[in-house]
Design a protein around this ligand. Sequence first.
Ligand code: AMP
Ligand code: MG
Length: 501
Amino acid sequence: MSIAKIQFNNSYVKLADVFYSKTNPTTVKNPALIKFNTALAKDLGLTGISTDGLDALDFFAGNKIAEGSEPLAMAYAGHQFGGFSPKLGDGRAILLGEIIAPDNLRYDFQLKGSGRTPWSRGGDGRSALGPVIREYLVSEAMVKLGVPTTRALAAVTTGEEIARNTLVPGGILTRIATGFVRVGTFQYFSSQGNQEAIKQLADYEIDRHYPEAKDATNPYVAFFEAVVDRQAKLIAQWMSFGFIHGVMNTDNMSIAGETIDYGPCAFMDNFSHSRVYSSIDHQSRYAYSNQPKIGQWNLVRLAETLLPLFVENSEHENTEATDDEAQAVVKIAEDILSAYSVSYHQYWLENMCKKLGLAEAYESDAALVGELLNLMENNDADFTLTFYYLSQEGQLPQARALFTKPEDFDMWAVKWQARLSQESINDAGHYALMQTVNPTYIPRNHQIEAAIRAAEDHNDFSVFHALHEVLENPFELQEGKEKYMLPPEKDEVVHQTFCGT
Ligand code: AMP
Ligand code: MG
């Protein structure tokens, strides 16, 4: 492989020193490429990267610093499972730099698993191969499902073993994001009382992701409102695909509104509101149905850091806000946070209605959706497959057969048909609509696990490649790929996922 010039155009490194630590990746012994995302490279305008020669491999392994790259580890704090850690930061990730792509957006290049940084604490700064495989598969599947996410540009093995429960092969993922600033980045400065840094960070994020906020009376209020709206929309999408993030700590909530950090994430097979996969989520804090309210909890933490910027009256810029002002800004934040519940519910309702072929979403439809979800839960029905069969003309019996008490499903189906008949579109229209939002394939846990086992235990990436290929077109029925649609057999069920740190 070779990399011609990547035109780095770095902005984060121009912020004050307190925002990051300059850190180079640590070299690895014997890297090998698992996968390079040619399509993404093309979208990013990286025509200079090709797969002959060796320097691109060295770049993705952290063995070679490309010209224009200014590697750094970002500072951040975060609430982890509700408890505040004032100092987290990139302990196993290094930002190599940024580029401006042909779409005129700025993208961050990050290596994950490239060695220790000043933020590593007791960690080795490395990533096991398993989590690299999981993140590559799931993040790229999310793209194809239409969910905002960080992306995978390349995955490599390091040729080195790292210590986890046992010795496991190491891997490095090259992640691309429209930005890696998190709620926890604001919290880092807030907990230190560094108002200047918070303002600088907010201005940076407004410039980069929310430029329309600049025209508002108070740009910071408009910024917060827009961040809240993106999160409401994002989490409503997760819910509509049965996705459980698994570790919605504030350091894993992106200000740009992308899904970030694919540690113990999972898509559900048989539906349950309270489903948890993460091995470390002992209190079920991040269970499927808790996600919307945890999103709001995290946004309250963000609001707390932004309150000083909400004070309108610039006369007091360098003095404490008066009690009246303080109350007024708290009210502004509270109103926006209440609006989150309303907009989340609306996004969720629209998504779920589309999944049932309803182009128009009415509040009364929430009951129809809720009833189906409860039925799935009580009847052990597979979430993705139920919606898939509902989306296919003539396949209602297959949907019915997924329910342990099919008569219960029949009663629901009568109500559903009645509701469909009130819509202005015809049956073909309902099916067409449903097929755009109900995937045939999702990255099922047991398939990911099989890909990880083959890679970690046998250095065999064929399972990974085959699964990845299917997930490239999640809404299309692909010949000979039936096994990827199916829920796991009893002995294949994955009950727990691990973040692999
Ligand atoms: P995460 O659970 O991935 O959100 O990570 C939480 C914090 O732990 C972040 O500050 C990470 O950088 C840090 N961390 C996770 N794994 C490692 C590791 N292997 N070495 C160093 N730091 C790590
Ligand atoms: Mg994280």
